[in-house]
Design a protein around this ligand. Sequence first.
Ligand code: GLP
Length: 238
Amino acid sequence: MEVIIVKDYDAVSQKAFEVMKEVVTGKKEPVLGLATGSSPIGLYKNMIKDHKENGTSYADVRTFNLDEYVGIPRDHEQSYWTFMHENLFSGIDVKEENVHVPYGDTKADCEAYEKAMEDVSVDIQVLGIGANGHIGFNEPGTPFDEETHIVTLTEKTRQDNARFFEGDINKVPTHAITMGIATIMKAKKILMVATGENKADAIKAMVEGEISTDCPASVLQNHKDVVVIVDEAAASKL
Ligand code: GLP
């Protein structure tokens, strides 16, 4: 695991963009695994800027998102589908038919998403990290061999995300559909971005802790190509 510590959010976003650009321009039909949350927004802004200013094209790119809430429609303002269109897809030339965000609440929906990913190999998977060490929506305790599945969100995660739902935890969905840890681990390269002091414990557990389902992100120690880009605050406990 390569850990790169830079000053602040903007520096994290710049460095992450450099890693991403290498993959996007270096592959013929790149497959990107994408994440939501505040952490990758700066990376996505840089991708849009680069597309507009330098013409980097996403016309041959396929994307697969990590997760989505259960129980809200795709066009809900807080769905991850909406998030991705607002923060990235509307600003680049990716083709809508090449965009995939999991959706649904049944086993069949989960299997359909795995099936959609079956013939591709994710070249780079962007990840944020939850304050409790979750990746995607794989909360502590999730077995490492799970593929796409439906999860019950922890109180902590719903609390952390309440800010997007008028600060009201009761409005935050209770379930989500998420790529499993086994799905995430299949990516050829993993790019994690994290900033801020409230991520410092999770980053320490991920990088220095024992590999355990108590901190789902610790599984990344077993992956052969992981780049973790953090600001000084998120790295403060390393
Ligand atoms: C959510 C998402 C994760 C994300 C995490 C951290 O729960 N499902 O994919 O990594 O929150 O979000 P943020 O980057 O806003 O701190």
